[in-house]
Design a protein around this ligand. Structure first.
Ligand SMILES: [Zn+2]
Length: 335
């Protein structure tokens, strides 16, 4: 049963209905209402608000927080890799999509000034810099930015979009990797980002893809860490609102090269909070140690070869084609 709500979708202004009013929260003891828009088909949490504290707790426990622990591994791992960007491209769709797109623009002769927003520990910014790109990583967490500076180099800033704007900085590509689903005020943030684009500049957005899971309540991080769950329609609406054209990156080459098994969605009633009421981890999940044999196979490139061979033979239960669990959009300013 769906209940109509009097409020409107903050993204497109259309009517919304309630998906559930008792969604488990990221922290125990808090529940959220999930609303779904009948126009742009996005889902979002009510209330649409988050405190900085939750991210402080996530990063203080980053080695053991499910979903975030892999970021810590990437941050360490790229320091030992000869080609860190290739390494990250093999790990996740988001990195593959953005790097693939930027390399194509570079091959076409463009010289790009790149900004990564929400760079966190800074490993993707660093991998792009190592690949020869001119790039700045920005995050609101001073802790994350000092970690990045200390481990990778000086190309990071702990600053706001307002400050960048005031400095007159303009960028040919602005990366928002898995960022917009965290934002209470998506339009405000996007307006600021668009104003930082140089003529012909692009915003590269990756985000969990709702349309990969039809008829599912919420198959993404629990609110208020993820406040939104977008699909292609929602991103098209976002682009239109900010007078941008939009195109989507096709993941077919990525799925052909790397196995991505498809798991069935976990019903919201079976989801557990990540933290208890006192910020102790309910689910502590350390990253498994990589065996020495696998390590050698990975570093010599033999693993990539084995993956490519294996993917030729495995066809069932995997993502394929252009629509997967992640959506990657290129928004280009038209005025
Ligand atoms: Zn909407």
């Amino acid at each position: 049963m769906t209940t109509q709500r009097t409020e409107k979708c903050p993204l497109c202004g259309c009517a919304v209905h309630v998906v559930t009013d008792s969604a488990t929260g990221y922290q125990q003891g808090r529940t959220y209402t999930i609303l779904e828009c009948e126009g742009c088909l996005s889902s979002f949490s009510s209330p649409l608000e988050v405190s900085d504290e939750i991210y402080g707790q996530i990063y203080a426990n980053v080695r053991n927080v499910p979903g975030y622990n892999r970021y810590f591994r990437y941050a360490q791992e790229i320091l030992t890799r000869r080609r860190p960007l290739d390494y990250l491209m093999g790990q996740e769709e988001s990195y593959w999509a953005v790097a693939h797109h930027l390399r194509k623009r570079r091959e076409a002769g463009e010289k790009l000034n790149i900004l990564e927003l929400g760079c966190g520990m800074g490993y993707f910014t660093h991998a792009l810099a190592q690949d020869g790109f001119t790039v700045t990583g920005v995050d609101i967490s001073s802790h994350a930015v000092s970690w990045a500076r200390e481990h990778y180099g000086p190309y990071y800033a702990c600053t706001t979009l307002d400050e960048l704007q005031a400095r007159g900085d303009r960028y040919d590509a602005i990366i928002m990797n898995q960022l917009i689903e965290h934002l209470p005020d998506v339009h405000g943030f996007m307006a600021d980002a668009v104003s930082l684009l140089s003529p012909g500049g692009e915003i590269l957005i990756t985000t969990p893809n709702k349309s990969a899971y039809p008829d599912t309540e919420w198959e993404t991080d629990l609110p208020p860490v993820h406040l939104w769950w977008f699909g292609e329609e929602a991103l098209k609406s976002l682009a239109q609102h900010h007078r941008c054209t939009i195109s989507f990156i096709d993941f077919a080459p990525f799925y052909a090269a790397y196995l991505r098994p498809k798991f069935p969605p976990v019903p919201l009633v079976d989801r557990q909070p990540v933290f208890d009421a006192h910020w102790k981890l309910v689910i502590s999940q350390p990253i498994p140690v990589v065996s020495p044999v696998r390590n050698v196979l990975e570093r010599t490139g033999i693993m990539d070869f084995l993956r490519a061979v294996r993917s030729k033979f495995v066809t069932g239960n995997r993502w394929h084609g252009s629509r997967g669990p992640i959506c990657a959009a290129v928004l280009r300013r038209t005025r």
